[in-house]
Design a binder for this molecule. Structure first.
Ligand code: CA
Length: 181
């Protein structure tokens, strides 16, 4: 063991991981970019730059993580890169279900230009009492995403002010992301 490097092995492992991605359920998500308020209407200082409204509606057919055949799901969102580590939002936990309804909204104050270079990471977790929570599945939305996720992101950016709601497939891996709780 003298400083042996394993880049090839690491790469191979990562490729294997991506190939083994499996579906972990579905997520209904709404995205809405709210443009900044008109000039002169400066009362609404908090939303002065406009921003992204993320609506976590519900999940369907989530993977069961508990021995009772259910999960206790909650959803987390991050807007990455997240240099200041302030972008985390979390829904409540809904106990013992694979089809939770959340209907929660989170607002990210951000300019349109900044937003277009970001990635919204949405992950679903199973709450466990007394031990660490289990990752169920996730989806990343940004201009580097693929398929339905990329399309949703683009449609949101193209249609400022409009709420765009879509279903997404959750997978057991999020390439390029460390899944910290
Ligand atoms: Ca649980």
């Amino acid at each position: 063991m003298k400083g042996q490097k394993l880049p090839a092995v690491q790469e191979q492992w990562e490729t294997e991981q991506q190939r083994s991605m499996e579906e972990r359920g579905r997520l209904l998500l709404s995205l809405q970019f709210l443009p900044p308020p008109e000039e002169g209407d400066v009362k609404d200082k908090e939303h002065a730059r406009g921003g992204l409204c993320v609506g976590v509606r519900r999940c369907a057919h989530l993977a069961a993580m508990d021995v009772n055949g259910f999960s206790d799901p909650y959803v987390k969102t991050y807007l990455k890169p997240d240099v200041q580590k302030k972008s985390k939002h979390k829904t409540v936990v809904i106990k013992k279900t694979l089809n939770p309804e959340f209907n929660e909204e989170f607002f990210y104050e951000i300019s349109f230009t900044e937003l277009s270079s970001k990635t919204l990471e949405v992950t679903v977790w199973d709450y466990d009492l007394g031990k660490s929570n289990d990752f169920i599945g996730g989806v990343s939305l940004g201009c580097h995403s693929q398929g339905e996720a990329a399309q949703h992101w683009i449609d949101c950016l193209k249609n400022k002010g409009q709420r765009v709601e879509r279903w997404h497939t959750l997978t057991n891996e999020l390439p390029g992301s460390s899944l910290q709780e």
